[in-house]
Design a binder for this molecule. Structure first.
Ligand SMILES: [Fe+2]
Length: 315
């Protein structure tokens, strides 16, 4: 069975590559390559790119997930509706098979991409806890800068049938349900499923995909990018606020996944999240099931606006 091992990149369409590049730089990415109609941005980690902007009307274009082996790509190319094994045109090369998830989402399964040298990121800040001191004769002086994204962590997609969406990732990419969210008071009604990669004993993020059940409302909900530590989330928040971007929710701490989070809107209203300090799980953890109450979305943080659930907010 194919077992996706990671998420590598997310792609959005936008009508102005320069304007999107400026937003993505302020969000903390670095330009990796550009053609007339493609903009490739990377993080400080080793994937040669983690975000693609395709020139066109604003929208969600798809995402790229890492196959465990070349044999998995071959298997994927024989699935119904799959492309042949194709060359990836971006930096790092490699091969992909284009798959189509329910509701038409484009999922590229990829393999053989050449890794890049990591970019410098400041070391995590050593924290003096009340009961546990670890910093003496040294000061906290992080730079005022964008948040310096390291990698793409997860992507949230809205489906006409959230269970069918989750099942596709389980059956096609071998993913595991970490936690299910149900409608409060109605345990049979799915609101969404958090899915992680099956990496066996190797820890995986609490979720790499979250499949939401939103009949009639099909779009990406957000893409989430990991930064070094909670200070980076806050420093990134200040940077984006000073540049005039639109905050969506944060800073807070999620319950499911535990991440310190902060959500922003791109110039075309799409949501991008910074996070730090997320949970890691091995494949043997049993799935949880929670009512989708506000307390189960965040342990602390600002009040949640109903507009947070909208995929695109431009005004
Ligand atoms: Fe998220």
């Amino acid at each position: 069975m194919i077992k996706a091992q990671d998420i590598v990149y997310v792609a959005h369409r936008a009508p102005d590559l320069d304007l999107h590049a400026q937003f993505l730089r302020d969000f903390g990415m670095v330009e990796a390559a550009r053609t007339a109609d493609r903009l490739y941005m990377r993080g400080a980690g080793t994937y040669p790119f983690i975000h693609v902007t395709e020139l066109g009307a604003p929208g969600f274009a798809g995402l790229g997930m890492l196959a465990g082996s070349a044999a998995d790509l071959d298997l994927a190319s024989r699935l119904p509706g799959a492309s042949a094994v194709e060359e990836i045109e971006g930096p790092g090369g490699g091969q992909r098979v284009r798959l189509t998830a329910p509701d038409g989402y484009r999922i590229d399964l990829i393999h053989g991409m050449a890794l890049a040298d990591p970019l410098p990121v400041r070391a995590p800040l050593p924290v003096n806890f009340a009961m546990q001191k670890q910093r003496v004769k040294a000061f906290q002086r992080p730079d005022h800068e964008p948040a310096r994204v390291v990698r793409l962590g997860h992507c949230v997609l809205k489906f006409n049938d959230g269970d069918a969406g989750a099942r596709w990732f389980q059956e096609t990419l071998g993913m595991l349900v970490t936690d299910r969210l149900h409608v409060p008071g109605d345990q049979a009604a799915t609101l969404g499923n958090f899915l992680r990669c099956d990496r066996g004993e190797r820890p995986a993020d609490h979720h790499t995909i979250f499949a939401l059940h939103t009949p009639g409302d099909i779009n990406v909900h957000h893409a989430s990018f990991e930064v070094q530590d909670p200070d980076a989330v806050h420093i990134g928040h200040e940077w984006l606020k000073e540049k005039g971007y639109k905050p969506a929710w944060g800073v807070g701490r999620h319950l499911l996944g535990s991440q310190i989070f902060d959500y922003w809107r791109s110039p075309w209203g799409y949501m991008f999240e910074h996070y730090a300090d997320g949970d890691l799980l091995t494949a043997d953890m049993p799935a949880g099931d929670y009512p989708a109450t506000e307390e189960n979305l965040a342990q602390w943080g600002p009040a949640l606006s109903p507009r947070f659930f909208e995929s695109v907010v431009v005004d």
